[in-house]
Design a protein around this ligand. Structure first.
Ligand SMILES: Cc1cc2nc3c(=O)[nH]c(=O)nc-3n(C[C@H](O)[C@H](O)[C@H](O)COP(=O)(O)OP(=O)(O)OC[C@H]3O[C@@H](n4cnc5c(N)ncnc54)[C@H](O)[C@@H]3O)c2cc1C
Length: 509
C-alpha cells in the first residue's frame, strides 16, 4: 500500500467528512498526503446525517451567531463547489400562534442576513391557506400560517466519494480498509508515523510521516489513548436517528421544519432521493460503534412527533429504513450530561507528542475545519507555509445542469454509465422495482469507486440501504453476482456477502 521507506508529509486517520476534508486541503496545498480509513469511506457518522448543508437555525436560539454565520458561509461554498451533489431546499416552519409567527419570521430574517451575499433566497411569512396549499399533508388544526426559508440539501456519502476522488486526482493516496493500530514515536517521544493493519489481508506496516492527524470522529479518544493512555476524554457522543418513509407522506418539493418538539429538539421531514427522511433524536450514549442501532424509544418518538403534524401519520410498518448515527460532540466540561447544549463548534487539539486531533463540528463546516487544522499544523512548525485554496476548488466530477437528473451523483462521468446502458439495454433496467439502481451503475461503481463488499455499494455508493432496507436486501444476491465478476471473487464470497449483508439490514428495518 505504501513503500516501507516512504515518508509522508501528512497521514490523516479517518475517512469521513473531516478526514477527507483535511486530506484534500493537504494535497491541494502540495503536501504529500496519505489517508487511512479502517472501514469504508463514510462508514460512520458521515453517511448518517440529516443531509442538510445548513447554518443550523436552532443554534440561533442559543445565541451562537458566530457558529451560524460560519456554517452559512461554508454552506455557500459547498453549493458552489459541488453543485451536482447539493441543492437548494425550500422549508416551511408551520406556526400555531402569533408569538411563534413573529419569533420565527424575525429569526429566519436574521438567518438570511447572516448568510450575507451567499444567501439562498429570502424567507417570508405565508398565510394559513397558502401553507396548506404548499403542504397538502400538513394537519390544518390550529395552524395560522408558515414561514418559508431556504437551506442546502445533499447526499452525504456521495460527497465523501467526491472528496476521495478529488484527493486522488490531486496526487493524494486514500485507502479504505486500513486501520491505524498504533502511533510511532522518535527518541524524543514525538510522533513520526503510524502502525497500520490492512483489514482484508491482515498485513501490518509502519508508515512514517511528519504530521499525524486524528480525524476519527467519535473514535478520536481511542486514537488519543494510543498516544497517551492517560489522555482525558474529549467527546460526548450523542445518537441521532432518522426514519425514511414513502414520498406520499410529503408530496411535492417542500420540507417541514418543526423548531421545537416535546424534547426541545428540531424535527425535519425532508424529501430525499424520492423518499422522505424524518428525524432526528439526541440520545447520549456510552457505547461507540461503527454500526449504531436505533432505539425503539427513538423510533416511537419520531413517529409520534411526525404524526402530530401529518394528515396521514406514519406507522411502524410504513418505515422503509431507519438509520442511526453518532454525533462526535466536543464535550463541555461545565455541562457533562447534556448533549443538546454542547456547542457544535469544532476543537483542534495538539498533544505534547504532536498528535493533531480534530473533534466536533458539522458536515457543513468540514472545509473550514480542514483549513484551520492545516493552518495550525503550519503554525506549529510541522509543515512549510502554503496557502489554502479549497474555498474556490470545484470537486472532481463537478457538473452543473439538470439537478433532477438522478445520475448527476456520479458527476460528469455519468455519461459513461449511460453509454453502458445504451450498448446493452439489459444493464439499464433497475435491479429492484422499488429502487432506481441499475446493473450498469453497480459495474461502473466496482470499476471506479473502490468498493470491497455489497454494503459499500448498497449503503454508500448508492443509497439503497438507507432508502429501502428490505428492497436493498432483495437485490443483494444479484449485486453479489455482478461484483464477484468485476472483482474476481468466487461463489463462496457471494454467499458470505449476501449472508452478512442480510444480517446488517436487520439494523435498518
Ligand atoms: C444524526 C446526525 C445528523 C447530522 N446531521 C447533519 C446535517 O444535516 N448537517 C451537518 O452539517 N452535519 C450533520 N451532522 C454532523 C456530521 O454528520 C458530522 O459532524 C460529520 O459527519 C463528522 O465527520 P467525521 O469525519 O468527523 O466523523 P466520521 O464520519 O465518523 O468519520 C470518522 C472515521 O474515522 C474512522 N476511524 C476510526 N478509527 C480509525 C482507525 N483506528 N483507523 C482508521 N480509521 C479510523 C472511522 O471508521 C470513520 O469512518 C449530523 C450528525 C448526526 C449524528
Amino acid at each position: 500500500m505504501t513503500q516501507p521507506d516512504e515518508r509522508w508529509d501528512i497521514i490523516v486517520i479517518g475517512g469521513g467528512a473531516t478526514g477527507l476534508g483535511i486530506a484534500l486541503d493537504g494535497v491541494t496545498r502540495g503536501y504529500k498526503t496519505l489517508l487511512l480509513e479502517q472501514s469504508d469511506f463514510a462508514k460512520a457518522t458521515s453517511s448518517r446525517s440529516t443531509k442538510l448543508v445548513h447554518g443550523g437555525v436552532r443554534y440561533m436560539a442559543r445565541g451562537d451567531f458566530f457558529l451560524v454565520m460560519e456554517a452559512l458561509h461554508e454552506r455557500g461554498l459547498m453549493l458552489k463547489n459541488a453543485p451536482h451533489l447539493t441543492r437548494d431546499q425550500e422549508f416551511i416552519v408551520p406556526v400555531y400562534n402569533v408569538w411563534d409567527a413573529f419569533k420565527y419570521t424575525v429569526g429566519l430574517k436574521l438567518y438570511d442576513l447572516l448568510a450575507g451575499r451567499l444567501s439562498m433566497g429570502r424567507s417570508h411569512f405565508v398565510s394559513r391557506g397558502k401553507t396548506l396549499t404548499l403542504l397538502s399533508q400538513l394537519r390544518p388544526e390550529g395552524l395560522i400560517g408558515g414561514i418559508v426559508y431556504h437551506d442546502g440539501q445533499f447526499d452525504d456519502s456521495r460527497m465523501v466519494i467526491a472528496l476521495v476522488k478529488s484527493c486522488v486526482d490531486r496526487g493524494g493516496t486514500v485507502l479504505n480498509y486500513v486501520k491505524v493500530t498504533g502511533l510511532l514515536k522518535d527518541e524524543h517521544g514525538k510522533i513520526n508515523g503510524v502502525k497500520a493493519k490492512e483489514m482484508v489481508l491482515g498485513n501490518e506496516i509502519n508508515i512514517r510521516a511528519g504530521l499525524v492527524v486524528n480525524a476519527t470522529g467519535v473514535f478520536a479518544d481511542a486514537i488519543s489513548k494510543l498516544d497517551n493512555p492517560e489522555a482525558k476524554p474529549t467527546l460526548k457522543p450523542s445518537q441521532g436517528v432518522h426514519i425514511v418513509i414513502d414520498k406520499s407522506f410529503l408530496p411535492g418539493n417542500l420540507a417541514i421544519m418543526i423548531p421545537k418538539t416535546d424534547d426541545g429538539r428540531v424535527l425535519f421531514a425532508i424529501p430525499w432521493h424520492n423518499e422522505v427522511i424524518v428525524g432526528t433524536t439526541d440520545t447520549p450514549v456510552d457505547t461507540i460503534s461503527l454500526e449504531p442501532v436505533a432505539l425503539e424509544s427513538e423510533i416511537s418518538f419520531i413517529l409520534q412527533t411526525a404524526g402530530k403534524y401529518m394528515v396521514k401519520p406514519p406507522r411502524r410498518e410504513d418505515i422503509l429504513s431507519v438509520f442511526a448515527g453518532l454525533r462526535p460532540l466536543a464535550a463541555d466540561p461545565g455541562d457533562p450530561h447534556s448533549t443538546r447544549e454542547i456547542s457544535r463548534r469544532h476543537k483542534i487539539i495538539l498533544s505534547p507528542s504532536g498528535l493533531l486531533t480534530v473533534i466536533g463540528g458539522k458536515w457543513t463546516t468540514y472545509r473550514r475545519m480542514a483549513q484551520e487544522t492545516i493552518d495550525k499544523a503550519i503554525a506549529a512548525g510541522f509543515l512549510v507555509k502554503r496557502k489554502c485554496i479549497t474555498d474556490d476548488f470545484p470537486l472532481v466530477s463537478f457538473v452543473t445542469g439538470d439537478s433532477s437528473n438522478r445520475m448527476q451523483i456520479y458527476g460528469d462521468r455519468w455519461f459513461e454509465i449511460a453509454a453502458m446502458m445504451q450498448a446493452n439495454p439489459d444493464l439499464g433496467i433497475p435491479i429492484h422495482p422499488a429502487l432506481p439502481y441499475t446493473k450498469a451503475e453497480m459495474i461502473w461503481i466496482c470499476r471506479n469507486e473502490m468498493p470491497l463488499n455489497i454494503e459499500d455499494v448498497l449503503a454508500r455508493r448508492t443509497r439503497a440501504l438507507f432508502l429501502n432496507a428490505r428492497a436493498s436486501s432483495e437485490m443483494a444476491g444479484e449485486v453479489a453476482v455482478l461484483m464477484a465478476k468485476e472483482l474476481d471473487n468466487d461463489l463462496k464470497w457471494q454467499k458470505d456477502q449476501v449472508e452478512s449483508y442480510n444480517q446488517l439490514v436487520k439494523n435498518y428495518l
